[in-house]
Design a protein around this ligand. Structure first.
Ligand code: PLP
Length: 463
């Protein structure tokens, strides 16, 4: 994933006595591997030195059931005993059919087909290509432009990075990225809202900016607008302001362009509902999911396709000009089905809805008053603590002192026994202004207290 953890890792000092550690893995920091995890169970990771770390982020917002869940493990073994692999253009399997049906049903059939891949990035790549193919088949081949958002993250491959608005991640690869993408401001009230402006006025202004961009590139040239439903890593857990999603959907519909909502991080229950868009009653044309879909038990992502888009393709060439060897991998699909059953049957989204606000309030109470905490924000089990050098002016720390990255890099996780995710990044493209939390959906009230206390200690120490 394109986390700022990579940037953090790059600053990690060598761990051995000055000598180069032996590792053949090309780690984010080539000269210093991260700590090794030798076992993982429930919410705890155990390092090779025996330290127990509470996994308050599930990696990068992935392990939504915690680790070593017996039902998911059993489903994986059962699938291995049945069909471990088939090539999906040749044969289908019960596992992939069941997963796709579960996902389409969860949208009441509005999203009527599912393309199953192995990661969030691949789901985004598929979304961009499908959007383009849709318009070619519809007889509108002039639609080649994409509009995306600044400070966004959709993956690190060339297609996904082309629609990503993170300057530092793009910099080296800029000559290889598509020139058919332009960017508008993301919703980011903490920094984007003007003094005295109401939320309604702010959203109107963001809508005007998007409308202006459609006009600038020519509304009939636009293929799709790409946005995270709730911003994840690069802004650091920012929920969409009221009416924002309706506003952007309205603009896309008005110009006949598609809306691609990236729910790789915010989807599959992370914000308290299976689909984050359902909280604003906005259905996208294309939707990407990953992380919480398979909860880390297998690599899996998916593209959900709206029935109107499916109709055009079905009546056109009847095929999607894109396929991958591991598409619809049966073991990954079986694992994801098991994860989704556990989430449903154990009422875990209810837990996220109940304890999410409890976690947010406790973080606010414990850290909100700190001189270097600019904002505590989030939704469900996705929270961000934005750190600033100067609170009144919201001045960020300089690039050399990005604290969220420092926390990750300097052994504080091991010292205080908690894993935190460095996110955020101010407009200059530097990383690590936001400490992010994304715990498993099945944590308890006691876990919430532990998370808040340990997070606070880490932040206070780092500051
Ligand atoms: N989109 C969003 C919103 C993400 O947060 C991520 C990963 O962090 C991706 C896409 C890329 O997903 P993956 O790392 O599974 O390829």
């Amino acid at each position: 994933t394109g986390t700022t953890a990579q940037a953090a890792a790059a600053t990690r000092p060598p761990t051995t006595n000055g000598s180069t550690p032996t590792t053949s893995v090309l780690h984010a920091n080539l000269n210093s591997p991260p700590p090794k995890i030798v076992s993982a169970s429930g919410n705890y990771l155990t390092t090779s030195t025996g330290t127990q770390i509470f996994d308050a982020t599930g990696g990068a917002a992935v392990s939504c059931l915690g680790h070593a869940h017996p039902r998911v493990k059993q489903a994986i073994v059962d699938q291995l005993d049945t069909v471990e692999y088939t090539y999906s253009p040749f044969f289908t399997t019960d596992a992939s059919e069941r997963l796709a049906e579960r996902l389409t049903k969860s949208t009441n059939g509005e999203m009527s087909k599912v393309f199953i891949v192995s990661s969030g990035t691949e789901a985004i790549e598929a979304a961009l290509k499908l959007a383009r193919q849709y318009f070619v088949e519809k007889g509108e081949p002039e639609r080649t432009r994409f509009i995306a958002r600044e400070q966004s993250y959709h993956g690190n491959t060339l297609g996904s990075l082309s629609v990503g608005g993170h300057k530092a991640r793009r910099k080296v690869y800029e000559p290889l990225l598509s020139e058919n993408v332009s960017f508008v401001s993301p919703p980011y009230p903490y920094r984007g809202m003007k003094e005295g402006e109401s939320e309604e006025e702010y959203v109107q202004r963001l809508g005007q900016e998007l409308e202006g961009e459609f006009q600038r590139v020519g509304p009939r040239n636009v293929c799709a607008f790409v946005a995270e439903t709730m911003s994840g890593l690069t802004l650091g857990a920012v929920p969409p302001p009221k009416n924002y999603l309706q506003t952007i959907k309205h603009i896309c519909d008005k110009h006949g362009a598609l809306l691609i909502l990236d729910e790789v991080m915010s989807g599959m229950g992370r914000t308290g509902t299976l689909h984050a868009w359902s909280q604003d009653s906005v259905t996208p044309h294309l939707q990407t999911v990953a992380k919480g879909l398979g909860a880390g038990y297998q690599p899996i992502g998916a593209l959900l396709v709206h029935r109107h888009v499916v109709d055009v393709l079905s009546h056109g060439t009847g095929s999607f000009v894109h396929s991958q060897t591991y598409q619809g991998h049966p073991v990954a699909c079986a694992a994801a089905c098991a994860v989704q059953k556990v989430v449903e049957e154990e009422g875990l989204m209810q837990n996220v809805r109940e304890l999410g606000p409890v976690l947010g309030k406790a973080l606010q109470k414990r850290l909100g008053g700190h001189a270097n905490v600019g904002e505590v924000r989030g939704r469900g089990f996705m929270w961000g603590i934005e750190l600033v050098q100067d609170k009144p002016s919201k001045t960020p720390f300089p690039a050399s002192k990005k604290l969220a990255a420092t926390i990750h890099a300097t052994g504080l996780r091991e010292e205080f026994g908690i894993s935190l995710l460095p996110g955020g990044g101010v407009a200059d493209g530097t990383n690590g202004d936001v400490v992010m939390l994304a715990p498993a959906y099945n944590i308890t009230r006691e876990d919430v207290e532990l998370i808040v206390e340990r997070t606070a200690k880490v932040v206070e120490r780092a500051l």
